[in-house]
Design a protein around this ligand. Sequence first.
Ligand SMILES: [Mg+2]
Length: 395
Amino acid sequence: MLGAIIGDVVGSIYEFNNIHTKDFPLFSPASTFTDDSIMSMAVAEWLLTDEHHTHSSLIEIMSDYYHQFPDPMGGYGNRFAHWLAAPSALKKPYNSFGNGSAMRASACGWVAPTCQEAMRLAKISAEITHNHPEGIKGAQAVAAGVWMMRHGALKCDVADFLTQKLGYTFDEDLASLRSTYSFDETCQGTIPAAFTAFGESASFEDAIRNAISIGGDSDTVACITGAFAEAFYKVIPADIIHEMYKRLPSEWWHIIWRIKAFENHHVSPDNIDFLKSEQIFVFGSNKEGQHYGGAAAYAHKYFHAEWGVGEGITGLCYALPTMDGIVELDKAVGRFTEHALADPDHNYLVTAVGCGIAGYTPNEIAPMFMEAASLPNVYLPQCFWDVLDKFIKVV
Ligand SMILES: [Mg+2]
């Protein structure tokens, strides 16, 4: 879902000012989230908070987001704006096949345990407004594509699925789209273009650039392309995430990281006897780096943790100071998360830091690792996942 929001932010300034090139600054001072991101957030919050996934709760949550963000850059689509402004009892579906159903559906592909469930959730998310068969199909195409690629599907597998199950055709390649594509706010016109921009990409960022380069409804095309690209490429470069930190409301991040943590459920081994070349042992010590006991002594003896280094990279390890109170530890975990984000080439095997000599429980420590848990290169001990799963896995 973060990939979709990034696509929206990058595309925000090009929706009404198309460019037909891949050579542009990814972010400019005016780049901002629009209706695509706002409604993606609403769907994500609905997925995480309503275990029954009712139409009525989604309508309420979408209305709340609209009241918080009544006038985003580019506004809302005309009929959707009327729907949003109407009292709940009068919010009836209006048979739309606009791409609004597709742009908001990506989180369905992240939380669902099966592809079928992803499509069921996408259908519910669409049909409160976009109950036209094409409106529902657009949402399902995004949710199913995301789900499939999270589970190892290749680009061609997803293209086949979209063709055979949902009836989409991919008649034009990217170069052709770049010369022919124009503003098209239907699902039928947007899904094939967005998927082609993703299909011909070499990386997450390249996919977003492809999407912008064909013009049209740029924020929404890039939003849908970004949804596919995030699920396929897994890693979003840290510099892009930093730009997003500047541009999204801070309260959104908790939901974004919770959605992302459905993907990266990596468990540290119980006993770590040796490290592969890409692995880093993350242990708890004290600020002074006196590694006398527990995992710290082990890290010093076997993995070259240096005496006197109490925080950060040391030998084949990363030290976290656990003896100076929970507030200091929380800040150190934040710095660790930043470090891991910026170093996707190493896998960080976190041990049950703070739960040995420092005397805390996993219930106290695990929530500090919520953001780290969403990173593909961070592994957490099972006792931390047991805590995090309680509020990640609502479905
Ligand atoms: Mg928009």
